[in-house]
Design a protein around this ligand. Structure first.
Ligand code: MG
Length: 377
C-alpha cells in the first residue's frame, strides 16, 4: 500500500489566532485542537503533537502510550506555567502500518473513513451532548445545535491522567481517511464532507476544499483537515505525497481563544449556573408562598389588608397593602382582643381578612365610643 496525504489549516473568519495544530510525519498523522485562555490553546496543541512526534521518532512505544505521554507533558506545563494554566487540547491521530491503521483519540476532533461511497465516523466525540445522545436524552440532530455542544467531557492535558480511545482498522485501496478539528464538522454537514472527499482529485485538494467550505459556511472556529489516501503499490505519486506547493504551518500563528472546555472549569461553571438556578427557583417558590399569605395590619393610621407576612428582610418589606380601610387603627387597638393589630393579625385568605375587619367594626360599635385620646401629649 502507498499512502498519500494532504493537509490544510486555517484560522477561520472569527478567531484571533489558530490554536489547531497538525502532524504530518508519514506514516503518522494527527490533528489537535487546543483550548485555554491567552496562549494556552496554541501551546497545548503544539506540545501534545510534538510529544507524540518525538516519542514516535524515538521508537518502541505504542501510539496510545505516546498520547498519555503528551497528556503528562501538557498537564505538567500547565501546572508549571501560570500563563497557560488549565490549557488542554484534543488529539486524534492515525498511524498507518502496511494495510492497517491504528487510531487514537481524545476530545471532539474526529476521524472519518470514506470507503466505497460511504462515510463513517471512526471516533466518538467526548462531549457532553454526545453523552446525552448515548443516554437517549437528546437526538443527534438536537446535539448538533445544542448551546453547549462544544463542552468536552474528556480532553488532553487537563488532568494528570487521560483515557485514550484506541481502534484498529484494516485499510483497502481507495480508502480516504479524514482527520479534522470541530471547526470543520460544526460548519458543514457530513453529506458535504463526503461530497468534497469524493470529488477532490487528490488528498491535498480535498483538504483545501474542506477548509474553504467551512469558511464559506461562516468559519466560526479554526479549521484543520488532514486527508490520507490509500493507494495500490503500483500507483503513481510519492509515498508520502504532500504537494510541494502547500504551505505547512506546523506551528500556527499566535492564538487567543477562550472556550469552556476544561472539565474543571466546566464543572465550576455548571455548579455556578446550578446555584443561580436553585436560588431563582427558591426565590420564585418563596415569592409564590408570600403571595398566598394575608394579614390585617395598620397603614396610615388605618386598619388595612396586607398580602405577604408582617416582616422586613434587609430593608425589603415582605408584604404590600391590598386594601386600606377608613377604620382608625388606634380605636381598634384599644379593644382587648386586637392589641396585636400593629404587629399584624395573620389570617388564611383575603376573604378572612375582610371578615375579620367587619368583626372589628362590630366589636368597636359594641364597645361604645372611645375615650378622648390626646395625641398631642
Ligand atoms: Mg475547534
Amino acid at each position: 500500500m502507498k499512502v498519500v496525504a494532504g493537509v490544510a489549516t486555517d484560522i477561520g473568519r472569527v478567531r484571533e489566532g489558530n490554536e489547531d495544530s497538525y502532524l504530518l510525519e508519514p506514516p503518522l498523522y494527527a490533528v489537535a485542537d487546543g483550548m485555554g485562555g491567552a496562549r494556552g490553546g496554541e501551546v497545548a496543541s503544539q506540545l501534545a503533537l510534538s510529544t507524540v512526534e518525538d516519542g514516535y521518532l524515538s521508537g518502541h512505544r505504542g501510539l496510545a502510550a505516546l498520547v498519555r505521554d503528551a497528556n503528562t507533558a501538557v498537564f505538567a506545563r500547565s501546572v508549571e506555567d501560570r500563563s497557560v494554566a488549565g490549557m488542554g487540547t484534543t488529539l486524534t491521530a492515525v498511524l498507518v502500518e502496511g494495510d492497517a491503521a491504528r487510531l487514537v483519540h481524545v476530545g471532539d476532533s474526529r476521524a472519518y473513513l470514506l470507503r466505497a461511497g460511504t462515510l463513517r465516523q471512526l471516533t466518538e466525540d467526548h462531549t457532553l451532548v454526545q453523552r446525552m445522545v448515548r443516554a437517549g436524552e437528546i437526538t443527534r440532530r438536537e446535539a448538533d445545535v445544542h448551546p453547549h455542544r462544544n463542552v468536552l467531557v474528556r480532553s488532553l492535558g487537563t488532568e494528570p491522567d487521560v483515557e485514550v480511545d484506541e481502534a484498529d482498522l484494516g485499510l483497502l485501496e481507495g480508502d480516504r481517511l479524514l482527520l479534522c478539528s470541530d471547526g470543520l464538522t460544526t460548519m458543514i454537514t457530513e453529506q458535504q464532507i463526503q461530497a468534497i472527499l469524493e470529488a477532490a482529485p487528490a488528498p491535498q485538494d480535498a483538504a483545501e476544499r474542506l477548509v474553504r467550505a467551512a469558511n464559506r459556511a461562516g468559519g466560526l472556529d479554526n479549521i484543520t483537515a488532514v486527508v490520507v489516501e490509500v493507494r495500490g503499490d503500483d500507483a503513481d505519486g510519492q509515498d508520502t505525497g504532500v504537494a510541494a506547493t502547500v504551505s505547512r504551518p506546523r506551528r500556527p500563528a499566535r492564538a487567543r481563544r477562550t472556550r469552556w472546555a476544561r472539565p474543571s472549569l466546566t464543572r465550576a461553571l455548571v455548579a455556578a449556573i446550578l446555584s443561580v438556578v436553585v436560588l431563582l427557583a427558591g426565590f420564585s417558590a418563596f415569592r409564590t408562598w408570600l403571595d398566598s399569605r394575608w394579614y390585617v395590619g395598620v397603614t396610615n393610621g388605618h386598619v388595612a389588608v396586607f398580602q405577604g407576612i408582617p416582616a422586613t428582610v434587609m430593608g425589603f418589606h415582605l408584604s404590600s397593602v391590598d386594601l386600606e380601610t377608613d377604620l382608625p387603627a388606634l380605636e381598634i387597638e384599644r379593644l382587648q382582643v386586637y392589641t396585636d393589630l400593629p404587629r399584624g393579625i395573620n389570617v388564611d385568605t383575603r376573604a378572612d381578612a375582610l371578615a375579620r375587619i367587619e368583626q372589628m367594626r362590630k366589636d368597636l360599635k359594641a364597645a361604645g365610643p372611645a375615650p378622648p385620646v390626646d395625641t398631642a401629649s
